[in-house]
Design a protein around this ligand. Structure first.
Ligand code: M6R
Length: 611
């Protein structure tokens, strides 16, 4: 939520910041702004996309060697020019950008109002900034000291970056609960919410931790804790190429990322799964095998698409490892009073590794003695760092707001983890283990076979694009796939869609079925096949418009369903990695056909760093 970029050094700051904001626009895109230090502080901001800001600045003098920029996902106050960041302090000398939520901002605002402060925006950010200005004034101290004092009073999550008219050679940043990366260049420093705005200039980065303050000058980086003690910055090398975050000839990131899946799953398996040796190598699992194989219970915490991956993992772990599994929305888990015991293992699943609810759920479980295993895509992200152990999904940067390749990579990693534990626990036969290893090995090639369906699915999308509602049904391993298909459709096309376990349909949702309602069945060949055929008959009898994802060679369902999408045969345990692809493409093409911005659907953000 909200993208942050800042620069200080020998380059022109504005082009660096603008390009960075475009890369971070997936984090929020209802308004954008920059503050530049050039003969005084200049702040420009605009409701709308970064391109709107860019256009509004044509002809302006934007020369500066330091500046801050922001792309917003509104929390406090509607999207508008005045609520856009950066905000300027009352005396006009400071400008600040912020990602997160200041929970006690009303209290701080009341205090400031009593002292005569007036506010131009509805944001918590402007309150915090004036609070900092007020501390500076009262304590006759520098900005760094004022920030430190202010943050001790702040309740909530933040990354803030400040620029000071009186100290043009310094940027000050701080973090608690939202991501912040520093790029270390020669005579220059970059700051951003993730590494994508930085990689073009330097691969040396420092991930700022919670409760740390960064003081940046062109050739100096000082990290401190809130107690004013210096911390040695840990400089890491980024393993990320520029090409990975560009569209590479596709119309949208979402389509590119759907098409990347044969490669991302290949990368995810590479070096881990060896069908010749019959082994799975995952250090994060191997090093903690005792804990994992003796877990009393596995609790999976995640949100959104990652939660759907968790639901499939529940089936896989229970089947292979014979361990009880619960899957929880992180947002619910963190606020209720869950029973967690020594011996419980938490698996936290997250593409971004920055989802606020998942982070807090992890912290809560850890306090009660659980072991935390992270399944994360973004290397170096918060969840990756706070987990006791973990496995990266290696899907590469996912820019489209709708998660696609991260989901299939999560499934691949979770299945490998389950197979490895099951083998060690001997809850799987050698024959079944080797068979599943082989099934996993074949997934990239089978994914490649599905992609040519793209044109057929485009036509199907054209046919159904005017639907007002849709129902997605599946059973067993394909039930969470139905949920995921429905989520993709609503995110991208704004069509109301419900996912349901197919057998539950007759307990309520069947009342929705009429000649207008598209009902999408995820009905690949599995142990529920006969059952789901009966469910299809039930919808057919009520004249619903049946669309079905089926297995190659299935000649029964096509007789009932006019609109079919065929995927290669696969064991039911790995089939979701295939059956979800047509649903991703279907949602994508409906969104495009309706003229929507599928990479940045309304009201959403890629990384949900507020609760
Ligand atoms: O980064 P995470 O996997 O933790 O994100 C969780 C959800 O916010 C995310 O999956 C969201 O539901 C996507 N927009 C789904 O496409």
């Amino acid at each position: 939520m909200c993208g942050i970029v800042a620069y200080i050094g020998h380059r022109e700051a504005y082009p660096v910041i603008l390009k960075g904001l475009k890369r971070l626009e997936y984090r929020g895109y209802d308004s954008a702004g920059v503050a530049l230090l050039n003969d005084g502080l200049k702040v420009f901001k605009k409701k709308g996309m970064v391109a709107d800001l860019e256009e509004s600045l044509i002809g302006e003098n934007l020369h500066a060697h330091s500046g801050i920029g922001h792309t917003r996902w509104a929390t406090h106050g509607e999207p508008s020019d005045r609520n856009a960041h950066p905000h300027q302090s009352s005396n006009g000398k400071l400008a600040m950008i912020h990602n997160g939520i200041i929970e006690n901002y009303t209290q701080l605002k009341n205090e400031l109002q009593k002292k005569g402060y007036q506010f131009k925006s509805d944001t918590d950010t402007e309150v915090l900034l004036n609070f900092i200005e007020d501390i500076q004034k009262n304590n006759q101290c520098g900005l760094e000291e004022a920030v430190r004092i202010a943050l001790k009073r702040v309740v909530g999550a933040y990354v803030i970056v400040l620029i000071d008219q009186d100290h043009p050679d310094t940027l000050i940043a701080a973090r608690k609960g939202s991501p912040l990366v520093i790029g270390v260049g020669k005579g220059e420093h970059f700051l951003a919410s993730d590494a994508s705005p930085i990689i073009e200039y330097t691969k040396e980065v420092v991930y700022v931790n919670d409760y740390e303050l960064a003081i940046l000058k062109p050739d100096e980086l000082i990290l401190k804790n809130l107690g004013n003690e210096k911390i040695t910055p840990f400089i890491q090398k980024l393993d990320l190429e520029l090409a990975a975050i560009e569209k590479g000839g596709y119309d949208h990131f979402m389509l590119k990322e759907i098409f990347e899946q044969p490669d991302t799953i290949f990368d995810c398996l590479r070096g881990r799964l060896d069908i010749h040796k019959g082994t799975i190598t995952m250090a994060g699992v191997q090093n903690h095998m005792e804990k994992l194989m003796h877990a009393n219970r596995i609790i999976i915490v995640a949100c959104g698409t990652s939660w759907h991956a968790g639901l499939i993992a529940e089936y896989v772990f229970e089947e292979l490892c014979r361990v009880p599994v619960e899957v929880e929305y992180a947002s619910e888990f963190r606020y209720r009073n869950p029973v967690i015991r020594q011996g419980d293992v938490i698996i936290a699943i997250s593409q971004s590794g920055e989802t606020a609810d998942t982070i807090v759920a992890i912290e809560k479980a850890r306090e009660q003695g659980a072991f935390i295993f992270g399944v994360v895509n973004v290397v170096g992200s918060s969840i990756a760092r706070i987990s006791d152990a973990g496995a990266y999904t290696h899907a590469g940067p996912e820019i489209g707001v709708a998660s696609t390749k991260a989901f299939t990579a999560q499934l691949a990693v979770l299945t490998m983890i389950a197979l490895k534990i099951a083998k060690e626990k001997k809850t799987i036969s050698e024959e079944r283990y080797l068979q599943l290893l082989n099934e996993m090995h074949e997934i990239p090639e089978k994914l490649r076979e599905i992609l040519p369906l793209n044109e057929q699915i485009r036509a199907l999308a054209e046919k159904h694009k005017d639907a007002k509602d849709a129902l997605y049904l599946g059973r067993g391993y394909n039930f969470p796939v139905a949920l995921e298909g429905a989520l993709k459709l609503k995110e991208i096309s704004y069509i109301h869609a419900e996912g349901y376990a197919a057998a539950e349909m007759k307990h309520g949702p069947i009342a929705l079925v009429d000649e207008q309602l598209p009902v999408v069945f995820v009905a690949t060949r599995d142990s529920y096949h006969e059952k789901i055929i009966s469910n299809i008959q039930e919808i057919k009898a009520r004249k619903g418009k049946i669309i079905a994802v089926i297995s190659e060679g299935d000649e029964v369902i096509p007789m009932m369903a006019p609109d079919i999408m065929r995927v290669p045969n696969a064991d039911e345990l790995v089939a979701p990695m295939l059956s979800v692809i047509p649903l991703q493409l279907f949602a994508y093409h409906i969104g495009v056909a309706k003229g929507y911005n599928v990479d940045k659907p309304r009201n959403l953000a890629k990384s949900v760093t507020v609760e």
